[in-house]
Design a protein around this ligand. Structure first.
Ligand code: DON
Length: 563
């Protein structure tokens, strides 16, 4: 799937800072369920999570094994050459792992501009300069160090197996690959590695198997300082890339405080900066609650519903563009953006009857392929993990000799103030490029917790649409009381302030013709994009049931596992 569409902070304190967040009373007894669950973007990830849980591994063990497996069987987004965020619920506490990529030391603010200060097309998307320093291997290692109960090697074994003996290529995967081959037009070595893929046939990746074996034996040292690091840097040098041995050695992943906000009778636990996701999702939920009387009797996905949600969304995306970036480099006013009085005032600006003028929506304070999986173990621990190469197959560059794809995450920076990135979102100073800085993300791995027990584990790919997809799944579940599968499958739509008055719909399930006409009459422009809105993987736990749902929009597999 290709989805184009808090003071100069204290230095990001990485592995040393931020203890676990105590989301509530930490003396709550451990939960004992009779089932665990997984919702994974493909069958291999689901099977491996199941095997690890049955072996006695915990949710984090299963997440590590699944993440490495998807780097093999889901190379369009699963990765070791990218980065992501892992939200862990363990023994009734929340932990947030930031393994987002960073800009290499040689990166600079105007690196994607030409002499006339115009953005050079595709430079932040295709080829070697598009890549940030990868974070996945360090992230999974830190997760293992803190929570792992099975040996590291055992967690890499399934991925090595699929890289060596192959996996069956899915039809949509084959299609994404064909689309990319066309766009790349020979500009990278992608065809040499993935040209031979055929839908329905077995596909092996021997170089990747060897790389995974080195990582199994040597841990992150191999990736950041050893043979894999050398191969990666040699690849960079072949293509004018910026990542050096020093960049790799200096890379740090780390534990941050998860973002926690009250919502209804629950706590929303989600992604803090450098993701925009948690703040934006909390704002959307908070604004909707404040305008709840406007929603009374408004049918799901009716034109009035779409309009009201778009009114909330345009304000949230205005704040995103102005204030959010890497907290190690910019002062992200998290408290102010979530302040109750601020949201009260912002909610008052919403016009239930007509479209608010785009230009009037200022930031409110004064002054295409990612993947997600959700896992729950019998002890009630959970992992919500979103990681990415950015677009399908990332930059299209494969590290020769190591067999893995590199990300094109540099496009998540704002190449020039006000110029939209591939997802159509704009940014300003807060998200400008600087050496070592993390690019702003929309990835929003999230949990809903009530009385210190997980009720929902949820996340999705989709670039800037991630936030609104998760918001719609949560409101479908808890405001419209839909069952999980229906809440995940229901038609979604998206608005992000710019393009002006545009509502995006998806081929999977467009809004009804009548609703579309009503929205056009109101003044909206409707746009059906060539990709679906997200690939949500969700698990819901109630006092008596565990349910898992994989989004019908793609090839995900969800399982409830009695063990
Ligand atoms: O971090 C981000 O927000 C983007 N790099 C995510 C990309 C994405 O979701 C692509 N997917 N479908």
């Amino acid at each position: 799937m290709f989805y184009p569409l808090v003071s100069t902070a204290v230095l990001f304190c990485l592995s040393i800072y931020c203890g676990p967040l105590q989301a509530a009373d930490t003396n709550t007894p451990k939960r004992h369920l009779t089932q665990g669950a997984v919702a994974s973007p493909d069958q291999y990830g689901a099977l491996v999570a199941e095997q690890i849980l049955r072996k006695g591994g915990n949710a984090v063990d299963a997440a590590i094994a699944t993440a490495f497996t998807l780097a093999v069987t889901y190379p369009e987004a699963g990765n070791i050459g990218g980065g992501g965020f892992m939200l862990v619920w363990f023994d009734s506490k929340a932990y947030f792992l930031d393994y987002r990529e960073t800009a290499p030391a040689a990166a600079h603010r105007d690196m994607f501009l030409d002499a006339d200060r115009q953005v050079i097309k595709n430079l932040s998307l295709i080829g070697h300069q598009a890549s940030g320093v990868p974070g996945t291997v360090m992230g999974l290692w830190l997760a293992h160090k803190k929570f792992g109960s099975l040996p590291w090697q055992e967690l890499l074994a399934p991925a090595i197996h699929y890289a060596e003996t192959g996996f069956i290529v899915a039809q949509n995967q084959y299609q994404y690959r064909a689309d990319l081959l066309q766009q790349l037009d020979g500009k990278t070595n992608f065809a040499r590695y993935f040209g031979a893929m055929k839908a329905g046939e077995n596909f092996k990746q021997p170089e990747l198997a060897a790389t995974l074996k080195r990582i199994a034996a040597k841990g992150p040292d191999d990736f950041y300082k050893g043979k894999t690091a050398e191969l990666l840097v040699a690849e960079m040098q072949r293509g004018n890339g910026l990542v050096t041995m020093q960049d790799l050695a200096a890379y740090r992943a780390g534990w941050r405080e998860a973002l926690v906000t009250p919502w209804q009778d629950k706590q929303l636990i989600s992604a803090p900066p450098p993701s925009s996701g948690g703040i934006a999702l909390a704002q959307l939920l908070g604004l909707k609650q404040r305008r709840s009387s406007d929603f009374n009797g408004v049918a799901h996905n009716s034109s009035q519903y779409v309009h009201l949600i778009a009114e909330l969304e345009k304000r949230v995306y205005a704040d995103r563009a102005e204030y959010l970036g890497d907290p190690a480099f910019v002062n992200v006013p998290v408290q102010s953006l979530l302040d109750s009085k601020y949201l009260d005032q912002r909610a008052k600006e919403i016009n239930p009857l007509a479209i608010s003028a785009t230009k009037a929506i200022q930031p409110g304070l004064e002054g295409y392929h990612t993947t997600h999986f959700s896992i729950l173990d019998k002890q009630g621990n959970a992992v919500s993990n979103t990681y990415t190469l950015n677009l399908d197959f990332g930059s299209g560059v494969v590290v020769q000799g190591a067999g893995f794809l590199l990300n094109n995450e540099m496009d998540d920076f704002s190449a020039k103030p006000g110029v939209p990135n591939v997802f159509g979102v704009v940014g300003n100073e807060a998200n400008s490029i600087a050496p070592g800085k993390r690019m702003l993300s929309s990835m929003t791995p999230s949990l809903l917790v009530k009385d210190n027990q997980v009720e929902l584990v949820v996340g999705t790919p989709g670039g800037s649409t991630i936030i609104t997809s998760i918001f719609q799944v949560i409101t479908n579940l808890f405001d419209f009381k839909m069952p999980l599968q229906q809440a995940v499958a229901a038609a979604r739509f998206h608005h992000q302030l710019l393009p002006k008055d545009q509502i995006s719909m998806e081929p999977y399930s467009p809004l009804s013709a009548e609703v579309q006409q009503q929205l056009i009459n109101k003044g909206y422009n409707l746009h059906t994009q060539g990709w679906n809105l997200g690939d949500v993987q969700a698990i819901q736990v109630t006092a008596t049931t565990v349910e898992a749902a994989a989004d019908p929009r793609s090839r995900g597999v969800a399982k409830v596992i009695a063990y």
